[in-house]
Design a binder for this molecule. Sequence first.
Ligand SMILES: [Fe+2]
Length: 451
Amino acid sequence: MSEARALPDEGVSVENNPILQGNFAPVDEEITAFDLAVEGAIPAELNGALLRDGPNPIAPGPGHHWFMGDGMIHGISIGGGQARAYRNRWVRTPQVETLKGLPAGRISPNQPMQQGSGSVNVIGHGGRILALPEVGLPWELDGELNTIGQHDFNGALASNMTAHPKIDPETGELVFFGYDFGPISLRYHVADRDGNLVRTVEIEKPIPTMMHDFGVTASRVIFMDLPVAFDMEMALAGKGLPFRWRDDMPARLGLLPRAATSDEVQWIEIDPCFVYHPLNAYDDGDRIIFDVVRHERSFVGGQLEGGGEVRLERWTIDPARERVSTEIISNRAQEFPRVDPRVECRPHRYGYTVEFELQVGARGLIKHDLEARTEVHHDVGAAGAASEGVFVPVGGGEDEGYILSVVYDGGSGGSHLRIIDAQDFAAPPVAKIQLPARVPFGFHGNWIPAG
Ligand SMILES: [Fe+2]
């Protein structure tokens, strides 16, 4: 019998859990409000809605982890130069029905082992809005953020789906994966532009690991099999998130042709680290450029602490020599990297990230010019904290458009949406939309164009 060891999060109470305080604290109401107050001028070209997803636990326990808990979607509708509406809605899972009495959406008969809360990301694809979990099936929402039900791609998906699929701007395909905890611990999938699942490849890996995101180029996908492994002892104890940093495990990148029909993954070993989010990936002749936010380690402690340095790096992958070379782009701690959606899976020049301090949540925004190797900062004030900047294209080329970011005002305790001209990034926002409710720190979002 193995020696008993202290599990992360032991001794944490609801009152001293930092992930339940300040703007990490959940809100307790669903709200609908119209004609929001605006400071500045909303660009007339913006017609659609910014949707954001994050955890909003109804009954969190003392060891509540930021990555757990019920999901809530926040939507801000914009059109004709007006901020038309704000809505926030729980993703209505059976747990939300039990705890809050709000009827759950349709449950798929294709139930994977885990039923996700849909709390990580929200996307538009194939005419559907999907709230995505880390594990479990996605949840389909209607245009007013009501939960329709679990989306299983007409019965074709019966396993977990990542919250970080990529939409190829040229083919319209939704390229994604799912990780699991059995012998088939990884699956690769492609849905066509209409949302039909057209490809699934099953991949065997020795140890199930946390695989939060991946890279996609025009020709390949890049899996990140990094040393944060599923921990059965923690899972059985039912506390926190059952993953643990492992010094005894290698870190590997796995390359698979997008057109593959069977497991032909080429694994290349790299220096141990953890990556939640790449900025983007693209083919560069025989090599692959993979820009990532690299964490020295992760899942060493109970929440996100103990992970060491965080920085933006460029990894150049040489598949023929099975080598990856590394170059530091920025040493500032940052996260939630995004590119203009028109250059996803294709060469990019610009990237947009959020300066990150865990104890206070995020701070300002950073714009990287990866050709000139410069960075520009967008300040949100000493008491402000920005969320992921979502790029909305307006005009013809990369970087022509606006960055939308929901910002927490530490002074007032409220939130606003700011619209930043990407090409005048350091300037004050062109518009600030005051939101009728605080938006807790969440994870990811996307712009859903009108019509
Ligand atoms: Fe993420």
